[in-house]
Write a protein that binds this ligand. Structure first.
Ligand SMILES: Nc1nc2c(c(=O)[nH]1)N[C@@H](CN(C=O)c1ccc(C(=O)N[C@@H](CCC(=O)O)C(=O)O)cc1)CN2
Ligand code: GAR
Length: 220
Protein backbone atom coordinates (compact mmCIF):
# COMPACT_ATOMS: atom_id res chain seq x y z
CA UNK A 1 0.00 0.00 0.00
CA UNK A 2 1.24 3.51 -0.86
CA UNK A 3 -0.08 5.07 2.35
CA UNK A 4 -2.28 7.35 0.24
CA UNK A 5 -6.04 7.56 0.87
CA UNK A 6 -7.71 4.95 -1.34
CA UNK A 7 -10.71 6.33 -3.21
CA UNK A 8 -13.63 4.41 -4.72
CA UNK A 9 -15.39 6.57 -7.30
CA UNK A 10 -19.02 5.88 -8.21
CA UNK A 11 -20.15 7.61 -11.41
CA UNK A 12 -23.02 7.30 -13.88
CA UNK A 13 -22.15 9.89 -16.51
CA UNK A 14 -19.40 11.59 -18.46
CA UNK A 15 -16.99 11.77 -15.54
CA UNK A 16 -15.57 15.31 -15.63
CA UNK A 17 -15.50 15.36 -11.82
CA UNK A 18 -13.71 12.02 -11.92
CA UNK A 19 -11.26 13.51 -14.40
CA UNK A 20 -10.54 16.45 -12.08
CA UNK A 21 -9.75 13.98 -9.29
CA UNK A 22 -7.64 11.81 -11.62
CA UNK A 23 -5.65 14.87 -12.67
CA UNK A 24 -5.06 16.10 -9.11
CA UNK A 25 -3.94 12.62 -8.01
CA UNK A 26 -1.64 12.37 -11.04
CA UNK A 27 0.06 15.73 -10.43
CA UNK A 28 0.58 14.84 -6.77
CA UNK A 29 -1.46 17.74 -5.40
CA UNK A 30 -4.08 15.39 -3.95
CA UNK A 31 -2.64 12.82 -1.48
CA UNK A 32 -4.91 10.02 -2.65
CA UNK A 33 -5.13 7.27 -5.22
CA UNK A 34 -8.17 5.98 -7.07
CA UNK A 35 -8.46 2.27 -6.28
CA UNK A 36 -11.50 1.65 -8.46
CA UNK A 37 -14.13 3.42 -10.58
CA UNK A 38 -17.56 1.79 -10.61
CA UNK A 39 -20.53 2.78 -12.75
CA UNK A 40 -24.10 1.50 -12.88
CA UNK A 41 -24.17 2.63 -16.52
CA UNK A 42 -22.27 0.47 -19.03
CA UNK A 43 -22.03 3.48 -21.38
CA UNK A 44 -20.68 5.91 -18.79
CA UNK A 45 -17.88 8.09 -20.11
CA UNK A 46 -16.40 7.85 -16.62
CA UNK A 47 -15.46 4.21 -17.27
CA UNK A 48 -13.53 5.20 -20.39
CA UNK A 49 -11.75 8.00 -18.53
CA UNK A 50 -10.69 5.52 -15.85
CA UNK A 51 -9.44 2.99 -18.37
CA UNK A 52 -7.44 5.70 -20.20
CA UNK A 53 -5.83 6.58 -16.88
CA UNK A 54 -5.00 2.94 -16.14
CA UNK A 55 -7.46 2.82 -13.23
CA UNK A 56 -9.52 -0.35 -12.55
CA UNK A 57 -12.98 0.31 -13.94
CA UNK A 58 -16.08 -1.81 -13.41
CA UNK A 59 -19.69 -1.63 -14.49
CA UNK A 60 -22.11 -3.00 -11.91
CA UNK A 61 -25.44 -2.45 -13.65
CA UNK A 62 -28.28 -1.88 -11.16
CA UNK A 63 -30.99 -3.20 -13.46
CA UNK A 64 -30.55 -6.97 -12.85
CA UNK A 65 -30.86 -6.54 -9.08
CA UNK A 66 -34.27 -7.12 -7.48
CA UNK A 67 -33.72 -4.61 -4.66
CA UNK A 68 -31.70 -1.50 -3.94
CA UNK A 69 -30.22 -3.29 -0.93
CA UNK A 70 -28.93 -6.20 -3.03
CA UNK A 71 -27.40 -3.73 -5.46
CA UNK A 72 -25.68 -1.90 -2.63
CA UNK A 73 -24.34 -5.19 -1.25
CA UNK A 74 -22.65 -5.76 -4.61
CA UNK A 75 -21.20 -2.25 -4.49
CA UNK A 76 -19.91 -2.77 -0.93
CA UNK A 77 -18.24 -6.04 -1.93
CA UNK A 78 -16.49 -4.41 -4.90
CA UNK A 79 -15.39 -1.38 -2.86
CA UNK A 80 -14.05 -3.52 -0.02
CA UNK A 81 -12.28 -5.79 -2.50
CA UNK A 82 -10.38 -2.71 -3.69
CA UNK A 83 -9.51 -1.56 -0.18
CA UNK A 84 -11.48 1.66 -0.57
CA UNK A 85 -11.30 4.09 2.39
CA UNK A 86 -13.41 6.96 1.01
CA UNK A 87 -16.37 6.53 -1.36
CA UNK A 88 -16.72 9.47 -3.77
CA UNK A 89 -20.00 9.89 -5.65
CA UNK A 90 -19.20 11.78 -8.84
CA UNK A 91 -22.46 12.13 -10.73
CA UNK A 92 -23.74 8.80 -9.40
CA UNK A 93 -27.43 8.64 -10.14
CA UNK A 94 -28.63 6.01 -7.70
CA UNK A 95 -29.89 6.60 -4.19
CA UNK A 96 -27.79 4.69 -1.62
CA UNK A 97 -29.40 2.56 1.08
CA UNK A 98 -28.33 1.93 4.67
CA UNK A 99 -26.42 -1.10 3.38
CA UNK A 100 -23.76 1.10 1.80
CA UNK A 101 -24.07 3.96 4.30
CA UNK A 102 -23.46 1.55 7.20
CA UNK A 103 -20.50 -0.04 5.44
CA UNK A 104 -18.70 3.33 5.11
CA UNK A 105 -19.93 5.52 7.99
CA UNK A 106 -18.74 9.11 7.58
CA UNK A 107 -16.78 8.02 4.51
CA UNK A 108 -19.11 8.76 1.58
CA UNK A 109 -19.03 12.14 -0.20
CA UNK A 110 -21.22 13.58 -2.94
CA UNK A 111 -21.04 16.62 -5.22
CA UNK A 112 -24.32 18.37 -5.94
CA UNK A 113 -24.78 21.16 -8.52
CA UNK A 114 -26.70 23.51 -6.21
CA UNK A 115 -26.23 25.47 -3.00
CA UNK A 116 -27.88 22.95 -0.66
CA UNK A 117 -30.32 22.89 0.99
CA UNK A 118 -31.73 24.60 -2.08
CA UNK A 119 -32.69 22.39 -5.04
CA UNK A 120 -31.89 18.84 -3.88
CA UNK A 121 -32.37 15.88 -6.17
CA UNK A 122 -32.23 15.76 -9.92
CA UNK A 123 -32.09 18.66 -12.41
CA UNK A 124 -30.89 21.11 -9.77
CA UNK A 125 -29.52 23.59 -12.31
CA UNK A 126 -32.84 23.73 -14.16
CA UNK A 127 -34.74 24.20 -10.90
CA UNK A 128 -32.45 27.10 -9.93
CA UNK A 129 -32.83 28.77 -13.32
CA UNK A 130 -36.61 28.42 -13.29
CA UNK A 131 -36.81 29.71 -9.72
CA UNK A 132 -35.02 32.89 -10.79
CA UNK A 133 -32.13 32.82 -8.32
CA UNK A 134 -29.34 35.39 -8.79
CA UNK A 135 -26.67 33.01 -7.51
CA UNK A 136 -26.26 29.27 -7.89
CA UNK A 137 -23.36 26.96 -7.19
CA UNK A 138 -22.33 23.56 -5.93
CA UNK A 139 -21.97 21.66 -2.68
CA UNK A 140 -19.75 18.85 -1.49
CA UNK A 141 -21.41 17.00 1.38
CA UNK A 142 -21.24 13.78 3.31
CA UNK A 143 -23.96 11.37 2.24
CA UNK A 144 -26.70 10.30 4.63
CA UNK A 145 -30.00 8.45 4.24
CA UNK A 146 -31.77 11.55 2.99
CA UNK A 147 -31.47 12.98 -0.52
CA UNK A 148 -28.68 15.59 -0.49
CA UNK A 149 -29.27 16.28 3.20
CA UNK A 150 -25.88 15.24 4.59
CA UNK A 151 -23.46 17.60 6.42
CA UNK A 152 -21.98 20.20 4.09
CA UNK A 153 -18.20 20.23 3.58
CA UNK A 154 -17.56 22.93 0.95
CA UNK A 155 -19.62 25.14 -1.34
CA UNK A 156 -18.84 27.50 -4.22
CA UNK A 157 -21.04 30.24 -5.69
CA UNK A 158 -21.54 31.34 -9.29
CA UNK A 159 -23.68 34.16 -10.72
CA UNK A 160 -26.78 33.36 -12.77
CA UNK A 161 -26.81 35.54 -15.89
CA UNK A 162 -29.89 36.93 -17.63
CA UNK A 163 -29.27 34.90 -20.79
CA UNK A 164 -28.24 31.69 -19.08
CA UNK A 165 -29.57 28.38 -20.27
CA UNK A 166 -29.48 25.14 -18.29
CA UNK A 167 -26.38 24.28 -20.30
CA UNK A 168 -24.47 27.53 -19.74
CA UNK A 169 -25.28 27.57 -16.04
CA UNK A 170 -24.36 23.89 -15.66
CA UNK A 171 -21.04 24.53 -17.36
CA UNK A 172 -20.26 27.46 -15.03
CA UNK A 173 -21.16 25.39 -11.96
CA UNK A 174 -19.14 22.43 -13.21
CA UNK A 175 -15.99 24.57 -13.33
CA UNK A 176 -16.38 25.16 -9.58
CA UNK A 177 -17.23 21.52 -8.92
CA UNK A 178 -13.88 20.57 -10.37
CA UNK A 179 -12.21 22.94 -7.87
CA UNK A 180 -14.02 22.16 -4.62
CA UNK A 181 -14.41 18.37 -4.93
CA UNK A 182 -10.67 17.59 -5.03
CA UNK A 183 -10.21 20.20 -2.28
CA UNK A 184 -12.78 18.48 -0.05
CA UNK A 185 -11.14 15.08 -0.63
CA UNK A 186 -7.76 16.64 0.20
CA UNK A 187 -9.10 18.01 3.49
CA UNK A 188 -10.46 14.54 4.33
CA UNK A 189 -7.13 12.93 3.42
CA UNK A 190 -5.37 15.42 5.72
CA UNK A 191 -7.70 14.46 8.58
CA UNK A 192 -8.99 18.04 8.80
CA UNK A 193 -12.74 17.28 8.66
CA UNK A 194 -14.77 16.69 11.79
CA UNK A 195 -18.54 16.15 11.79
CA UNK A 196 -20.40 17.73 14.71
CA UNK A 197 -24.15 17.22 14.32
CA UNK A 198 -25.13 18.93 11.11
CA UNK A 199 -21.85 20.85 10.82
CA UNK A 200 -18.52 19.87 9.32
CA UNK A 201 -15.67 21.61 11.13
CA UNK A 202 -12.35 22.10 9.36
CA UNK A 203 -9.29 21.95 11.64
CA UNK A 204 -7.45 24.22 11.25
CA UNK A 205 -10.10 26.43 9.64
CA UNK A 206 -9.66 27.58 6.05
CA UNK A 207 -7.92 30.98 6.12
CA UNK A 208 -9.62 33.85 4.22
CA UNK A 209 -7.31 33.37 1.24
CA UNK A 210 -7.90 29.61 1.21
CA UNK A 211 -11.64 30.18 1.58
CA UNK A 212 -11.47 32.47 -1.43
CA UNK A 213 -9.97 29.52 -3.29
CA UNK A 214 -13.13 27.48 -2.77
CA UNK A 215 -15.33 30.56 -3.21
CA UNK A 216 -13.49 32.20 -6.10
CA UNK A 217 -14.07 35.75 -7.35
CA UNK A 218 -17.36 35.71 -9.26
CA UNK A 219 -16.93 35.43 -13.00
CA UNK A 220 -19.22 35.10 -16.02
N1 LIG B 1 -28.71 8.06 0.31
C1 LIG B 1 -28.27 8.94 -0.61
N2 LIG B 1 -27.94 8.53 -1.83
C2 LIG B 1 -27.49 9.43 -2.76
C3 LIG B 1 -27.38 10.80 -2.43
C4 LIG B 1 -27.72 11.20 -1.11
O1 LIG B 1 -27.61 12.40 -0.74
N3 LIG B 1 -28.17 10.25 -0.24
N4 LIG B 1 -26.96 11.72 -3.40
C5 LIG B 1 -27.16 11.24 -4.75
C6 LIG B 1 -26.76 12.15 -5.86
N5 LIG B 1 -27.98 12.84 -6.25
C7 LIG B 1 -27.95 14.20 -6.17
O2 LIG B 1 -26.88 14.81 -5.84
C8 LIG B 1 -29.11 12.11 -6.69
C9 LIG B 1 -28.93 11.09 -7.63
C10 LIG B 1 -30.03 10.35 -8.05
C11 LIG B 1 -31.29 10.61 -7.56
C12 LIG B 1 -32.45 9.77 -8.02
O3 LIG B 1 -33.61 10.09 -7.78
N6 LIG B 1 -32.13 8.64 -8.70
C13 LIG B 1 -33.17 7.71 -9.20
C14 LIG B 1 -32.76 7.18 -10.56
C15 LIG B 1 -32.53 8.32 -11.51
C16 LIG B 1 -31.89 7.78 -12.80
O4 LIG B 1 -31.54 6.59 -12.86
O5 LIG B 1 -31.78 8.61 -13.73
C17 LIG B 1 -33.26 6.50 -8.28
O6 LIG B 1 -32.27 6.20 -7.56
O7 LIG B 1 -34.33 5.87 -8.35
C18 LIG B 1 -31.49 11.63 -6.64
C19 LIG B 1 -30.38 12.39 -6.19
C20 LIG B 1 -26.55 9.89 -4.96
N7 LIG B 1 -27.15 8.99 -4.00
N1 GAR C 1 -27.86 14.89 -8.12
C1 GAR C 1 -26.56 14.50 -8.55
C2 GAR C 1 -26.08 15.39 -9.67
O1 GAR C 1 -26.86 16.05 -10.34
N2 GAR C 1 -24.76 15.37 -9.86
C3 GAR C 1 -24.17 16.16 -10.92
O2 GAR C 1 -23.98 15.34 -12.08
C4 GAR C 1 -22.92 15.93 -12.84
C5 GAR C 1 -21.94 14.85 -13.20
O3 GAR C 1 -21.03 15.38 -14.14
P1 GAR C 1 -19.68 14.56 -14.48
O4 GAR C 1 -20.12 13.14 -14.81
O5 GAR C 1 -19.13 15.30 -15.65
O6 GAR C 1 -18.81 14.62 -13.26
C6 GAR C 1 -22.25 17.01 -11.94
O7 GAR C 1 -22.69 18.30 -12.32
C7 GAR C 1 -22.77 16.66 -10.57
O8 GAR C 1 -22.86 17.79 -9.70
Amino acid sequence: MSGKLRLGILASGGGTNLQAIIDRCADGSLPAEIAVVISNNPDAGALERARKAGIPARCIDHRPFTSREDYDRALVAALRESGVELVVLAGFMRLLTEVLLDAFPGRIMNIHPALLPAFPGLHAQKKALEYGVRFAGCTVHFVDNGVDTGPIILQAVVPVLQDDTEETLSRRILQQEHRIYPRAIELFAQGRLRIEGRRVLIDPPLDPGESALVNPPLEG
